[in-house]
Design a binder for this molecule. Structure first.
Ligand code: GDP
Length: 387
């Protein structure tokens, strides 16, 4: 499946950067169009893989390239004002070659949090291709303002996009690393998952033919229109000996008695392990399993069994599955897309903390107005204002 990816704000830009780097490393072709949008010039300059002419600085008259300082209302206002400028940059994307748009943003900040829903709305208005969101939730230790920003942006993003895939930073912070190093590792994990998923639609890569093909329309049908998704992932190293070279030239199956079990166990591990957004699997509306790896390990029966198992777990009749041959790999990876998730404790908690933060902010504002009045109170005498 080919995507035009817009990275909005700092986190969005960095994830887009990693998407491009990943494609370069794996000779993949998921990213057909790329655009990084920001109000902060320094963040755009910090990107390493997004070409210079695919970086758009917005809001220059308002914030002069310095960013919006975590104010997502200002982020949304600027995106609305400069939506024409963003649109002109999107116009350069060969939209006839893409299957969907993906708008990526950290929802706890200002620029991406405010701008991503505005852009999703614009793209939906102009194009017939689906518009998906990738929303990154802030860690719960980041404080009330981030939580409030994320809760408000999340609601609007879900309303405007065809589906929002969610990644919760909360469960992914690697201990003991610098924040930057930590984010780099997190972004790589996130992009690897999405890549297995979206590569699946690319059936004509090299000489390998998928046994049970997943095409772009199946990913699109699984994402549906409207809703929230979470993604699971598991990987298993395989010892190929010198069969790797051989399998590049022949599609002949090598004997592997465990191939079926390996795949069913990967499907379970991916579903029950760490999801990008922890959620209750029972009740998920639709799901898609993609298994990627050397062709001789992609066992159709294993995928079928995994599918049946996931149908039982979710209670959904809409579980799709397929494979994606990667002849050069020495591992089998499985990505599971859970679409239409509804039982998500983290989102409930986010909303509750956000409401509390909003009340606290109102309180603080009132108190600070009262304190200022008290400070300036000159007693019984009225001082005349200067002008
Ligand atoms: P913006 O530039 O104003 O849109 O703000 P940011 O993109 O910096 O958004 C801030 C939020 O995004 C923070 O709450 C972090 O949780 C998250 N964040 C920032 N950078 C990264 C990153 O590289 N990766 C991930 N996963 N999250 C990030």
């Amino acid at each position: 499946m080919k995507l035009a990816i817009v990275g909005f704000g700092q986190a969005g830009g960095k994830v887009l950067d990693e998407f491009i780097a990943f494609d370069e490393r794996t000779r993949g072709s998921v990213v057909r169009g790329a655009l990084a949008v920001n109000t902060a010039k320094a963040d755009l300059q910090g990107l390493e893989h997004v070409p210079a002419d695919r970086r758009v600085l917005i809001g220059q008259t308002r914030v002069k390239g310095h960013g919006v300082g975590g104010d997502n209302e200002l982020g949304a206002e600027i995106a609305e004002e400069d939506v024409g400028e963003i649109q002109r940059a999107v116009d350069d994307v060969p939209t006839h070659e893409i299957d969907a748009f993906l708008v990526v943003a950290g929802l706890g900040g200002g620029t991406g949090s405010g701008g991503a829903p505005v852009l999703a709305k614009q793209l939906k208005r102009v194009y017939s291709e689906p518009v998906y969101g990738l929303g990154i939730l802030p860690g719960s230790d980041e404080g009330g303002l981030y939580t409030l920003n994320a809760a408000r942006s999340f609601q609007t993003f879900v309303r405007e996009a065809d589906n929002v895939m969610v990644f919760d930073n909360d469960g992914w912070r690697h201990g003991g690393e610098s924040l930057k190093g930590g984010y780099d590792a997190i972004n790589e994990e996130l992009v690897r998952r999405l890549n297995v998923l979206f590569s699946a639609g690319e059936v004509d890569r090299g000489d390998a033919v998928a046994e049970s093909v997943v095409d772009a329309s199946e990913i699109i049908n699984t994402l549906g229109n409207g809703g929230v998704s979470s993604i699971g992932y598991a990987v298993d190293h395989v010892d190929r000996g010198d069969s790797g070279l051989l399998s590049r030239f022949s599609k002949k199956k090598l004997p592997d008695a465990d191939a079926t079990n390996r795949i069913t166990s990967l499907v379970r591990k991916a579903t029950l392990g760490r999801l990008t957004l922890p959620c209750e699997v029972q009740g998920v509306e639709r799901a898609l399993i993609v298994v990627a790896g050397p062709p001789e390990y992609l066992d159709r029966k294993g995928i079928e069994r995994g599918r049946t198992w996931l149908e039982e777990q979710t209670g959904s009749m809409e579980v799709r599955g397929g494979d994606f041959p990667m002849p050069d790999e020495d591992s089998v990876a499985c990505a599971v897309l859970l679409s239409g998730v509804t039982d998500v404790p983290r989102v409930k908690q986010l909303q509750a903390v956000a409401v509390e933060a909003m009340e606290n902010l109102d309180d603080l504002r009132e108190r600070s107005d009262a304190n200022l009045d008290a400070l300036l109170d000159a007693g019984d005498e009225e001082l005349p204002p200067l002008f």
